[in-house]
Design a protein around this ligand. Structure first.
Ligand code: 9MR
Length: 373
């Protein structure tokens, strides 16, 4: 009898040990607090998603993402070159998968992006006549925004239409349709997607000159009687150089327009760079001094990154009544676009999770400041 009891006890202990180790292995986020939980009452917390993550091909990502985030932005798969590759060909495959993935995981989708001068399919630049261009523009917005109305929460309707001095960027859209193309894009989106929030999104639009241009653009849309619900400050910032004063002024000034403010593509660059922003056409020459942390991030830098993230979230919390969402541009350091831009092949560390999905000190700092309030 005694022997049987001992045997049963041994079996239970073994089973418990197996269960624990497999749950740890399969649940990298399971033992840590969640960003979405800690900031639940303040704003939603998002991440950009790539195809591998949407298709749940990476088991660690598949567990961590729904545990940490309650909203997501497609990093690339809803951009025109993928979703609308030819004049009359649309490819909704991955976008549909993204919508299904987010519905399954209770995540809101911020669709990105309807009108952007970058990542356009080649046929767009070959369109000659203004009439044909307008037809493309109208069909694109109607078809894509219409299909996802009621399925996505919001759209970045127009992305990066401004120059650094606040003037309108010269692009295929402004050249073919004139300066009113931004208002027109929102007008079409409003008709095609009446149940979807509509946003303007840009980088460096916390900087005074660009911000003034952005405010003028938003006022112009509003004056035309067209709906705009929010503005995205992308938030591609640099270690030790956070423009906190400009960010705060921007949050206040944008909110005063009666719209929501979002931080839409947050990451903090830790590697050398001689310019600010996220203009994908800008590049820098590769040389070894440009990639100093190939073998790991020194503790001192890791701490500085945590300090910067703490300051940012402190500011976001101060203005939580105006901020609807904070989205990180990627899940972990290994898949960040900053490993490949503006210098290819670098080892960068801009996010809250390391290459093994382990939370970094910056994650702990963001959680701690969120819990403290
Ligand atoms: O992260 C995206 C990267 O994978 C693409 O190669 C790049 C191409 O333009 O676009 C990146 O995302 C951009 C976003 O859509 C708009 N703001 C700037 C982002 C970083 O370039």
């Amino acid at each position: 009898m005694q022997q049987k009891k001992l045997w049963l006890l041994a079996c239970s202990v073994t089973l418990l040990a197996i269960a624990c180790s497999s749950s740890k292995k399969n649940n990298p986020g399971g033992t840590i607090p969640s960003l979405k939980g800690v900031y639940k009452k303040d704003f939603t917390i998002g991440t950009a998603l790539n195809s591998t993550q949407i298709e749940e091909k990476d088991p660690q990502a598949a567990l961590l993402i729904p545990q940490q985030f309650n909203t997501a932005t497609p990093e690339n798969i809803m951009k025109a070159e993928i979703i609308h590759p030819q004049w009359d060909v649309y490819n909704f495959d991955m976008a549909d998968k993204m919508v299904a993935y987010c519905a399954k995981n209770n995540m809101l989708v911020n669709a990105h992006t309807l009108i952007w001068h970058s990542q356009l399919p080649p046929f767009v630049r070959q369109i000659q006549s203004v009439d044909s261009f307008r037809t493309f523009f109208t069909n694109h917005i109607k078809t894509v925004a219409g299909r996802y109305d009621g399925k996505v929460y919001s759209w970045d309707v127009v992305n990066e239409a401004l120059n650094e001095d606040g003037t309108l960027r010269k692009s295929v859209f402004s050249q073919k349709l004139g300066d009113d193309f931004v208002t027109e894009a929102f007008r079409l989106a409003q008709a095609a997607a009446p149940n979807t929030h509509l946003y303007y999104n840009d980088y460096n639009n916390e900087q005074p000159a660009k911000r003034a241009g952005c405010i003028a653009l938003i006022k112009k849309i509003q004056a035309a009687g067209v709906r705009i619900d929010g503005v995205g400050i992308q938030g591609h910032w640099h270690l030790g150089k956070l423009p906190l004063k400009e960010i705060e002024e921007s949050i206040e000034q944008y909110a005063a327009l009666g719209i929501k403010v979002m931080i839409t593509e947050l990451d903090i660059e830790v590697l050398p760079r001689n310019f600010q922003g996220a203009d994908v056409n800008q590049r820098m020459k590769a040389d070894p001094t440009m990639d100093p942390y190939k073998n790991g991030l020194p503790d001192s830098i890791q701490q500085k990154l945590a300090d910067d993230y703490r300051s940012l979230f402190k500011l976001f919390l101060k203005h939580k009544d105006k901020i609807a969402r904070v989205t990180f541009w990627g899940v972990n350091d290994g898949q960040s676009w900053l490993n490949g831009w503006p210098v290819p092949g670098r080892t960068n560390y801009p996010l809250l999770f390391d290459r093994n999905f382990k939370p970094k000190p910056a994650f702990d700092a963001v959680i701690a400041i969120g819990k403290k309030q």
